[in-house]
Design a protein around this ligand. Structure first.
Ligand code: TYD
Ligand code: MG
Length: 447
């Protein structure tokens, strides 16, 4: 006879336990365990037939043509347009422009084929308002605000559009599902159903996903493993620049990034980001120019610093766009070897354009911005600084300098400030090399 056993299921992530638990060990949610009676039956004899196998010669290798939106920054980041039948996630902070970007992409794609946009978060009225603002005009773009995933999948299966968009996956629900709407368990179930829709019916699925406070997709890590591509739209509130970045792309590289600017009529592509960035720079005390690689693209950025005698017992260090520990370390090195009193100064430091920079190749630029503010003297015009600084105050060479300098030359940079051992070929720039941070004082005529 079949035997009944009791199991406890987490309604948030579907974790199963033999005992009732207050807090789920899988998703850390409280009071989510519910009792489930399970009837153990004899396992049925498997009826699945064996899978047919193919040799490499038999597997079709026809090049699939990509779906191009002609929004070049989008197409490029996706690896040359959307691969048909793929399942993609676009994520980012609330209000960053995910719905705006997707609506623009959909309107462009729907000039050639049918696209369905399921707005599960916003009403049809809100979608229409946005569409008017963006000047959407495509008749092949159809909308629905039904958040029922069953209905979404059925609609897609019946009409077979080229692509569907679900904005957002977290606000969809699966009727009759054991887990709660919006829970991790339901999210996983929804993505699984959509993956089958994409792979079996050949319909491209693009989802928007919420992001947690820590900046990762809200949901289990398995979600990222299931989908073909994960793209982040990033930017800072006070800046209009938006960066589209691939963090996973089965059909392209993750080195590509795309630049947009949020305008009155949606996200506008910024093809020439460096011209745009250099437009805004000042040639004043406390500013230095650096160049960094963002994916496969060199960026020319301004580091801005302000040092001012502090009135506090613990001087302030306010840093944005750079790891604050890097700035504190460079300030300490300058204090130690140049005998300047940065420890009694408040230090404010940031990067232009709302960009975030990582890595030590910007050390020299940060040091020069601090010194330029401290001595109230601007650095020479059209100058970029590229170098790492060691704890002993030595200036060290950096990698990939060729591409950075080539890009700088395009924008009429005349002077390079580098490490003594930095090897560099074919440049028309005037090079000034430094061995140790104390030599930087020569730039301020103070040595
Ligand atoms: P939205 O696409 O709704 O963000 P998300 O889907 O990521 O939450 O964008 C919301 C912000 O973008 C909102 O603050 C208004 C601004 N915006 C513009 O500045 N210009 C525009 O043309 C549009 C449509 C939005
Ligand atoms: Mg949105």
């Amino acid at each position: 006879m079949a035997k009944a056993t009791t199991r406890y299921n987490c309604s948030s992530c579907n974790h199963v336990s033999l005992k009732w638990l207050g807090c789920c060990p899988e998703c850390n949610e409280w009071n989510t365990f519910t009792e489930q009676q399970q009837v153990k039956t004899k396992p049925a004899t498997p009826t699945t037939s064996a899978s047919p196998l193919q040799s490499l010669d038999e597997i079709s290798h026809e090049k699939q043509s990509r779906i191009l939106s002609r929004i070049h920054e989008w197409d490029r980041v996706l690896g040359g347009g959307i691969m048909p039948s793929s399942l993609l996630v676009l994520t980012g902070d609330p209000g960053i422009g995910k719905s705006t970007l997707l609506l623009q992409v959909c309107n462009a794609l729907a000039q050639q084929q049918e696209i369905f946009y399921f707005s599960t978060e916003e009403s049809m009225y809100q979608v229409k308002q946005r569409a008017i603002r963006l000047g959407c005009d495509s008749q092949q773009l159809k909308f629905s605000d039904n958040p029922d995933l069953g209905a979404i999948v059925a609609t897609a299966e019946q009409h077979q559009p080229a692509a569907i968009i679900i904005d957002s996956i977290q606000s969809c629900f699966i009727p009759g599902s054991a887990s709660l709407p919006g829970s991790v368990g339901q999210l996983r179930e929804a993505v699984f159903q959509l993956m089958r829709l994409a792979k079996e019916k050949g319909i491209t699925v693009i989802l928007t996903g919420h992001i947690t406070k820590e900046g990762i997709i809200a949901g289990p890590k398995t979600l990222e493993h299931m989908v073909d591509g994960v793209f982040y739209l990033q930017g800072e509130d006070q800046w209009n620049t938006r960066i589209l970045r691939a963090v996973k792309n089965r059909f392209g590289t993750i080195n590509e990034i795309g630049f947009f600017e949020m305008a009155e009529n949606g996200l506008q592509e910024v093809a020439n980001i460096n011209a745009h960035l250099l437009d805004d720079i000042s040639h004043e005390s406390g500013a230095s120019l650096i160049s960094i690689m963002e994916g496969s693209r060199p960026l020319l950025l301004e580091v801005q610093a302000l040092t001012i005698q502090s009135k506090l017992a613990m001087p302030q260090r306010v840093v944005s766009g750079i790891d604050h520990k890097q700035v504190i370390l460079i300030a300490a090195i300058l204090e130690k070897y140049l005998h300047i009193k940065l420890s009694t100064h408040d230090i404010f430091c940031k990067v232009s354009g709302g960009f975030k920079i990582k890595g030590s190749s910007s050390d020299l630029g940060i040091a020069l911005a601090l010194l330029s503010s401290y001595f109230q003297q601007p650095l020479p015009e059209k100058t970029i600084a590229l170098g790492e600084i060691s704890l002993t105050g030595n200036i060290k060479p950096i990698n990939q300098i060729g591409m950075l300098v080539k890009e700088a030359e395009k924008f009429h940079i005349k002077n390079l400030l580098l490490a003594k051992q930095q090897k560099i070929e074919n440049t028309a720039c005037i090079i000034k090399k430094f061995h140790h941070v104390y030599e930087l004082l020569t730039l301020f005529e103070l040595s």
